[in-house]
Every structure is written in C-alpha cells, then in structure tokens.
Design a binder for this molecule. Structure first.
Ligand code: ADP
Length: 451
C-alpha cells in the first residue's frame, strides 16, 4: 500500500514536472514565434520602404533617355587627373592639369534597375528636391502589398535626425533630400498586427496549456480516488471477514453443542439451537443479498415502478418496523399526502437512512416531508452530527466509511448510502447531506419535475 502510494506520488511528481515543462516551453514558443514574426515583418517593411523611396525617386526625376533604349547606354563626362601628386591637391595655387573625355558605356540589362535607382538618387541629391510624405505613403503601401502586407502605415519625415534608426524601427535615413532626413513608417494599428500574427499560435498554446493542466488535475483526482479505493478495499475485506467470523463462531458453537454435549438428543434444546442457527443464517443471507443486489444494480439500475404512494402511511410502516428494536425515538412530520414514486425503492432509501441514523446518529431522529412548487422533499435528520467535513464528499461512494474513532464498533460495508444515491437518482431525484460536528446530520432527498 505504502509502496503503491509512493509510486503514485512519484508518477504524479513526474507528470507535474513534465506538464510544467510543456507549459514553460509553450510560453517560450509563443514569445519566440512573436519575436521572429516581428523581426520578419520589420525586415520586409524596411525592404518595402527602400523600394518605395527608389520608386519615388524614379518617378520624380528625369533620367537619361539612353537608359530606355533597346541597348541601354550611359554617356559620362570623365575628368581625370593623370598625376595625383599630393602637393598639387593640397596647394590651391599649384595649377592642376587634367584630361577630360566623353565616354558612352553600354549598360548591362541585368543591372539596369540598380543603375536607374542610383542615378535617380544622385540627380535628386543634386537638385535637393523634397519628398512628399503622402505620395511616398502611396508608393510604400503598393510595395507592401507586393510583399503580402496589408497593414496601414503613417509616414513621417523628420529633418536632421540626431540618431540613426534603431533595429526595431521601420525607417530609412536619406541624404538626397534638401538636408538629411529620417523617413519613418509607423503602424496605424500595432495591436492588430500582434493579434493577427500571434493569435493562432497563442490559441494553440493556450489550448495545450489547458489540456496539460486539465489532464494533470484529472490524473491527480484519479490517483486520489485510486488510493481511497485501495484503502476502502482493505476496509471492506476487514468488514466482511469480521461480519462472517461472528456468525461462523455461533454456528460452530451450536453445532458442537449438538454433536458433543448431547443437545441433539433433547428435542427442546435441538429446536432452540436450530432456531438460532436459522436466524444467524438468515442474517448472513441478508448481508450476502445486499452485496449482490448492490453489484447487480450498479451495472443496471432497476426501472422504477411509479405509482401513487400514500407517503404518511409508508413512513408510518417503516418507523413501525424500526421502533421496537430502536433505543432512539423516531419522530416524523409528513406534510405531503400522496406522491408519485416507486414504493419499494423509497422504502429501501428510507430504511437505509434510518438505519444509519440509528447506528451513527444522536439521541433523536426526525423525519420531515413537505411539498415544493413542482415536487416534494424529505429530510432525515439526527442530532449526532459526526461526519467529519473531509468525509462528506465521499460518503455516497461505495465501500466508503467515514474514519471516525469508533468506526469498527459499528457494523457496515459502506454500501448503504451508495445504494441510496443509486435509488434516488433512479427515481429522478437528488440527495444532499449536511453535517455540523456536535449538531445535526441532515440528509435531504428532493424530487422535482421539470415540466
Ligand atoms: P455503512 O453504514 O455500511 O458504513 P453507508 O454507506 O450507509 O455505509 O455510510 C457511509 C458512512 O457514512 C458510514 O460509515 C458513516 O461513517 C457515515 N454516516 C452515514 N450516515 C450517518 C449519520 N446519520 N451520522 C453520522 N455518520 C453517518
């Protein structure tokens, strides 16, 4: 038992560690996913910004027509200083000699775009032309669309920037403007971007985390109920053995008396011994029947035979059966006349609850019944109030017996309340219990129709 407990605890610990590992890695994954998608987004947007600035320049500056020819070419005026002696450079008074020539160079079509962009920049730099933010925004959104980005941006142009743009920014430093400027693009709805790019992965992670935590909780409950079942199984075996040992001892003693001490020869003694044996055997038979009934009903509850039942009469009959042997007075106040129920099932329910009240309860038992707006209820209370609060959730479980000090003084298999719940549910009702230490223990059964 203890070894099993230890093993289950270890298993639970391992599962907890694994679950925490999964949860942590999920958090990390969501964060990693977010930063990667953010970096990718910034890089793509920066690339689009560069492209849109290029496109703007190309659209706003005249380029040499020769670049549009079938065989594009560029004519450059080349000025070269043949002898580059440092003295000639540093001393303005020294006349510098230079040679100059026009040269037409063919432009490779593969690098045509680059050269067009470069010349557009150079021309615009030379002309100190200004950039119009609104027009650039249109170019930028077009370039973004080509890269699959539909988010809207605001473009701002700040002159004479003090710092170069940071890695987190979508910005470009340009020098061809009248003075150096920083062209910055800001997302109009940054939250939307975060949501769109991370919602799915965050949802999947949340789901996994919930699944992990849920299964862990479920596992913990299973382990606990397994441990409880295990100890209840031991209790049950002890109870059954105990219950069997007493009648066996009586039967053995009376049989020996009949065989060895000549009781068999005296018809009067023989009759008494046989009567005792028969009562003992009836008791054993009852116990076996109860256990068998329970396991039979556990698999398939009997269908109730619903009919009008005179409740005061039924209660009167049951109390009358218990009263002669009971040392505790049983009082009742039945405020309902006729109810629709299965009389046999209700009798078993009431008998079990009364039996418990007599076994475990205080010096008085009270049965009350009253009608409700759409049904009726019955309470069976005793002033024993000794079900420990931690046992309350389990007392309707099969084989469960509350761990009170004098448990083994009172006979039982822990099946009574399990059977009661089974029957109440079978009749479409519900049962609850309240027990305040030193005060009352109250079982309430309620039957309501949902029409
Ligand atoms: P059993 O009586 O065979 O032990 P039950 O299923 O009828 O099994 O009851 C389960 C446990 O609930 C009992 O062992 C007892 O500890 C507790 N119990 C039930 N009824 C009462 C009551 N009226 N007062 C105090 N304890 C009760």
């Amino acid at each position: 038992m203890t070894q099993m407990k230890r093993r289950l605890r270890l298993l639970f610990l391992a599962a907890t560690l694994a679950a925490f590992g999964i949860i942590l890695s999920q958090f990390y994954w969501v964060y990693y996913n977010y930063s990667v998608s953010k970096t990718n987004f910034i890089n793509t947007a920066n690339y689009a910004l560069q492209k849109s600035i290029d496109a703007y320049q190309l659209g706003h500056n005249k380029l040499p027509t020769s670049l549009d020819y079938k065989d594009p070419s560029l004519t450059v005026f080349m000025r070269t200083i043949p002898s580059q002696d440092s003295l000639a450079f540093d001393t303005p008074s020294v006349k510098r000699r230079f040679s100059a020539e026009f040269m037409t160079v063919a432009v490779d079509t593969n690098s045509l775009e680059q050269i067009r962009g470069l010349i557009a920049r150079l021309v615009s730099q030379e002309k100190h032309s200004e950039i119009n933010a609104d027009t650039l925004t249109i170019f930028f959104h077009e370039a973004l669309l080509k890269n699959g980005i539909t988010d809207k941006f605001r473009i701002t142009i700040s002159p004479n920037p003090k710092h170069p743009p940071s890695k987190e920014e979508i910005a470009e430093l340009v020098y061809f403007h009248r003075s150096p400027v920083l062209i910055r693009a800001e997302l109009l709805k940054p939250n939307q971007f975060i949501l769109r790019h991370n919602l799915l992965s965050a949802l999947i992670s949340c789901l996994l985390i919930l699944l992990c935590a849920g299964s862990l909780f479920y596992m913990w409950r299973i382990i606990r109920s397994q441990m409880r079942l295990d100890s209840m199984k031991t209790d049950f075996i002890n109870n059954v053995t105990h219950e069997l040992r007493t009648p066996i001892t009586i039967l053995k003693a009376s049989t020996e008396a009949m065989i060895s001490f000549g009781a068999g020869e005296d018809p009067e003694s023989l009759r008494r011994y046989l009567e005792t044996n028969s009562t003992v055997l009836d008791g054993m038979n009852d116990n076996v029947e109860r256990i068998l009934d329970f396991s039979k009903w556990e698999n398939k509850a009997p269908a109730p035979n619903i009919e009008p039942v005179d409740l005061p009469r039924l209660v009167f009959g049951i109390v009358g059966r218990f009263a002669p042997a009971a040392t505790t007075p049983i009082k009742y106040r039945i405020g309902v006349e006729e109810v629709m129920t299965d009389a046999n099932m209700l009798e078993t329910i009431l008998s079990n609850l009364l039996d418990n009240g007599l076994k475990y309860g205080g010096p008085e038992i009270q049965i009350d019944a009253a009608s409700l707006k759409n049904g009726w209820y019955m309470t069976i209370s005793d002033n024993g109030g000794n079900i420990p609060p931690q046992s309350l959730p389990y007392i309707f479980d099969k084989f469960y017996r509350a761990q009170t000090g004098d448990l083994h003084e009172v006979k039982g298999y822990g099946l009574g309340l399990a059977q009661v719940r089974q029957l109440v549910t079978g009749l479409g009702g519900s049962i609850t219990v309240k027990s305040v230490t030193g005060k009352d223990t109250v079982f309430t059964i309620t039957f309501t129709s949902h029409e």
